[in-house]
Design a protein around this ligand. Structure first.
Ligand SMILES: [Cu+2]
Length: 65
């Protein structure tokens, strides 16, 4: 389980982009995004760097917690 702060996640559209980008590399991952706390929690067996890359590829800036 990985938790990131993503300050540039502003709306549900951002959440959709981030979730789709992660699920594109791990279909069985579980992604939970919280706009109030600007956090993204990812349950995935992939390496954290792959998750970070997926979030960056979606156009956002994750900071690992
Ligand atoms: Cu947005």
């Amino acid at each position: 389980m990985y938790t990131f702060t993503v300050h540039d996640m502003m709306c549900n559209h951002c959440i959709m982009h981030i979730t789709q980008s992660i699920q594109a590399i791990d279909k069985s991952s579980k992604v939970q995004c919280n706009l109030d706390s600007k956090t993204v929690t990812v349950d995935s067996s992939l390496d954290i760097n792959q998750i970070i890359k997926a979030i960056k590829d979606a156009g956002y800036t994750p900071v690992a917690q």
